[in-house]
Design a protein around this ligand. Structure first.
Ligand SMILES: [Zn+2]
Length: 273
């Protein structure tokens, strides 16, 4: 073998090793990308309790009581932060979960339940109920209730329609399944909601404006709100602190035989958790 032949051999060996390395790197990257696909979404921010949070007294306190209600979740982008804040601030909340999102994020459903929040049903795929047949309406509601019962060990009894839009077929299904009729909310100001991305300052103002004894406040932890700038989320710890400073306390939604005038006649009340 000549010197040139040996050099060629060394070169082809180097070429082979480089190709092998490239293949390994590419397939590794591929498997990482696959893993990211499976966990389906980038994780959102988290909240770290402040010294003031840690000094909060236990118990709901006394004073006018409101319920924070979060629709459309859970989502890996927003729900962990919201649960962090609620835990740090010792605030119970009511979550109206979308079945398809609960199926994709079962651990977040279990976490919300374990941390003392109320879990309600918000349909499987968030459709416009007036467009559904009675049978389709029942499937949307029933499938979600079955999954939430399976995940939490407790059967949800509260239902909120997507867009708050009821239908006769849906109402009949709710009655048959032993669920509440639509749990509405209070929204009497012209303030914009979180799904319109008005930013943290505007949302603090929305909460302070809508707050009144027995008010059920409409918020979201998924859906369109995921696309808002991440800084918007800071509304939550700020609004809770500001509401407390004004004497408000925080409860959860519970069915009631008496219509709630504050919340569009909803047959539910805000009660201490
Ligand atoms: Zn919704």
């Amino acid at each position: 073998m000549s010197f040139d032949d040996r050099r060629r051999n060394v070169r082809s060996l180097l070429f082979f090793l480089t190709a092998l390395l490239a293949t390994v790197v590419v397939s590794f990257a591929g498997s990482f990308a696959g893993a990211a696909d499976q966990s389906e979404a980038p994780l959102g921010p988290r909240y770290t309790p402040t010294a003031a949070d840690r000094a909060l007294p236990p118990g709901p306190g006394s004073g006018p009581q409101i319920a924070l209600t979060f629709d459309d979740g859970p989502s890996p982008q927003l729900t962990p932060y919201i649960l962090d804040v609620l835990a740090a601030k010792k605030v119970p909340a009511t979550f109206f979960l979308q079945g398809s999102n609960a199926a994709a994020n079962p651990d977040l459903v279990r976490r919300a339940q374990a941390e003392g929040h109320v879990i309600g049903n918000h349909s499987w795929s968030h459709p416009w109920f007036p467009d559904l047949t009675p049978q389709e309406a029942e499937v949307e509601i029933e499938r979600t209730n079955r999954l939430l019962t399976e995940l939490t060990g407790a059967r949800p009894t509260l239902y909120r329609y997507p867009f708050g839009q009821a239908s006769p077929g849906g109402d009949a299904a709710l009655a048959r399944l032993g669920l509440s009729q639509n749990v509405h909310w209070k929204w009497t100001s012209n303030r914009r909601g979180d799904f319109e991305c008005p930013g943290a300052d505007a949302l603090v103002d929305y909460l302070l404006t809508e707050a009144e004894d027995q008010a059920m406040i409409l918020l979201h932890d998924a859906g369109d709100t995921i696309g808002c700038p991440p800084g918007q989320l800071e509304y939550l710890p700020r609004a809770i602190d500001a509401l407390r400073a004004r004497g408000f306390t925080f409860g959860v939604v519970e069915r009631s035989p008496t219509p709630s005038p504050v919340n569009g006649g909803t047959l539910a009340a805000v009660v201490p958790r």
